[in-house]
Design a protein around this ligand. Structure first.
Ligand SMILES: Nc1ncnc2c1ncn2[C@@H]1O[C@H](COP(=O)(O)OP(=O)(O)OP(=O)(O)O)[C@@H](O)[C@H]1O
Length: 432
C-alpha cells in the first residue's frame, strides 16, 4: 500500500518534471543571487530575467510548446490509466492544425491494436473529437496517435488549384489534388495508376476530376479521352480531347474500342522495343480517359451494351497500366450493383467524397475502412470538395480538394487548346 502510494507520488513528480525543473531553477538562481545582493533584490533580478526570456518570441514559443506537450503527455497517461489499458508511453508531441500528434510506444504484452480498439473511450477521457491510431510499419510497438480537437478542413472557403496559372504541365509529374489536415499538399502520381472518385451528388467529384483532366490537357503529349454521362461537366475540355462521348452508350463503346485498339498497338510497339512498359524518356504519349457519371453507362437499360461497356472499361483498367492508359472515373454509386467489384478493385487511387452512409464510403475505399475511423459519411454536407484519398498501399488521407471554378476552367481549357495547337503546328513545320 505504502509502496504503491510512493510509486504514485514519484510517477506524478516525474510527469511534472518540466514544470518542477523550471520552478527549481528559478528558486536556485534566486538563492544564489540572494547571497550576493540580498533576497528582495535577488527576486527582482530573477523576475526581470524571466521577463527578458519571455520577451523573446522564440523562447516564449519553445516554452509554450514544451509546456503544452507535457500537459498532453500527462492527460494521455491519465486517459490510458482510466481506460484500464496496459502501459502506452507518450513521447514527442507535435502540434498540427487538427490538434496534436503524439508518438507512442506500447509496453510488452500490449499492442497499439488495444489502443485503437478503445479509441472512443480515450477520446472521452481526453475530451477531444477523435483519437486516431497509426501503427509504424516497421515496429509494432511504436506508432502515432492523432488527437483530433478541431476540423481544420471545416471552413467552406475553396482553395485555388496551385497549377491554375501554369503554362504547361506533365502528366508524368505528381498532380496536386488538395491540402490535408496538416496543411500539406496531397498529390497523386498517375502513370500506372487509375483513379476512382465517388460520393453523393454535389460532393465535388466533377471538380476533383477536372484537376486531372486539366493537367492532361496542359500536357500536349498526352491524349485525352472524355466520357461524360452528363455532357456538361467535361465539355469545356473538348477542344483538347482526342474524342468526347456524351450520354450515348454507342458513342462511349466506340470510344473505348478505339482506345483499346491504341492500347494494343502500344503493346506491339513495346514488344518491338523489347520493353515491358512505357517510360517517360520513350516519348510515347500517355492516354488519359476521364469518365464522369460512370453509373450512367454501367446502369444502361440495354444489358448487352452495358456489359460490353463494362468489359471494355475493365480491360483498359486491367491491361492499360503498362501501356500508359490511365482511367479516372467518377460516380455517385460505386456499389457492386452499379460498378462490378472486379472493375472497382482495379483502381489504385480512390477518392471518397461525402457519402450518405459508412457502407457507401466503404464501397469506394474498400471494405472495413469506415469502422477504422476513415468514413466519408462523417464529412459535413457543406464541406464540398472534402474527401478521403486512398493510395494502394497507404491509409486514407482526409483532404480538402483544390478547386477550379468555371471561369478558371474555361480560361485554362482555352490556354491548353492554344498550347496544343502551337505544338501541333511546330511539329508540322519540323516534319516539312
Ligand atoms: N474542392 C472544392 N472546393 C470548393 N467548392 C467545391 C469543391 N468541389 C466542388 N465544389 C462545389 O460544389 C459543387 C458541386 O461540385 P461537383 O459538381 O463537382 O459535384 P459532383 O459530386 O460532381 O456532383 P454530381 O454528382 O451532382 O455531378 C459545385 O458548385 C462546386 O463549385
Amino acid at each position: 500500500m505504502w509502496l504503491r502510494l510512493l510509486g504514485g507520488l514519484v510517477g506524478a513528480l516525474w510527469r511534472s518534471r518540466l514544470e518542477l525543473t523550471l520552478v527549481g531553477a528559478i528558486v536556485v538562481v534566486q538563492r544564489v543571487l540572494a547571497g550576493l545582493v540580498g533576497a528582495a533584490a535577488a527576486w527582482g533580478l530573477v523576475l526581470g530575467l524571466v521577463a527578458v526570456v519571455l520577451a523573446v518570441p522564440r523562447a516564449r514559443g519553445w516554452l509554450r510548446t514544451a509546456l503544452r506537450a507535457a500537459r498532453v503527455r500527462r492527460k494521455w497517461w491519465a486517459a490510458w490509466t482510466d481506460c484500464g489499458l496496459p502501459r502506452v508511453r507518450a513521447g514527442r508531441v507535435t502540434s498540427i492544425p487538427a490538434g496534436e500528434l503524439v508518438r507512442v510506444r506500447a509496453s510488452r504484452g500490449s499492442s497499439l491494436g488495444h489502443v485503437e480498439h478503445r479509441a472512443e473511450e480515450l477520446a472521452v477521457c481526453l475530451q477531444v473529437r477523435e483519437v486516431r491510431v497509426t501503427r509504424d510499419r516497421e515496429n509494432a510497438a511504436t506508432g502515432t496517435v492523432t488527437l483530433v480537437r478541431r476540423d481544420p478542413l471545416a471552413g467552406v472557403a475553396s482553395v485555388r488549384w496551385p497549377q491554375r496559372d501554369a503554362a504547361e504541365l506533365s502528366l508524368w509529374e505528381p498532380i496536386p489534388m488538395g491540402v490535408n489536415e496538416l496543411g500539406a499538399t496531397v498529390s497523386v502520381a498517375l502513370p500506372e495508376r487509375n483513379v476512382l472518385l465517388g460520393g453523393e451528388p454535389g460532393a465535388g467529384k466533377s471538380a476533383a476530376l477536372s484537376l486531372l483532366v486539366a493537367t492532361a490537357a496542359l500536357d500536349p503529349s498526352t491524349r485525352v479521352w472524355l466520357l461524360d454521362g452528363k455532357l456538361v461537366e467535361l465539355s469545356v475540355w473538348a477542344p483538347c480531347a482526342q474524342r468526347l462521348a456524351g450520354p450515348d452508350i454507342d458513342e462511349a463503346i466506340e470510344l473505348l474500342r478505339e482506345l483499346r485498339g491504341e492500347m494494343e498497338q502500344r503493346y506491339r510497339e513495346l514488344l518491338l522495343r523489347g520493353q515491358r512498359k512505357v517510360a517517360r524518356e520513350d516519348g510515347l504519349p500517355l492516354n488519359l480517359v476521364a469518365c464522369d457519371e460512370l453509373a450512367f453507362y454501367l446502369g444502361h437499360e440495354d444489358r448487352r451494351k452495358q456489359k460490353e461497356f463494362a468489359e471494355l472499361l475493365r480491360d483498359l483498367v486491367a491491361r492499360g497500366r503498362a501501356a500508359g492508359v490511365i482511367v479516372c472515373a467518377a460516380t455517385q454509386k460505386p456499389a457492386a450493383d452499379v460498378v462490378p467489384s472486379a472493375l472497382r478493385d482495379l483502381f489504385g487511387f480512390r477518392l471518397a467524397l461525402r457519402c450518405n452512409t459508412p457502407q457507401a464510403s466503404d464501397t469506394i475505399l474498400g471494405q472495413g475502412w469506415a469502422s477504422l475511423g476513415h468514413d466519408a459519411a462523417t464529412i459535413a454536407p457543406v464541406q464540398r470538395g472534402v474527401g478521403l484519398l486512398l493510395a494502394e498501399d497507404g491509409l486514407p488521407v482526409r483532404m480538402r480538394g483544390f478547386h477550379l471554378d468555371d471561369a478558371d476552367a474555361d480560361e485554362l481549357a482555352a490556354r491548353a487548346a492554344a498550347l496544343r495547337a502551337d505544338v501541333w503546328l511546330s511539329n508540322g513545320e519540323t516534319r516539312s
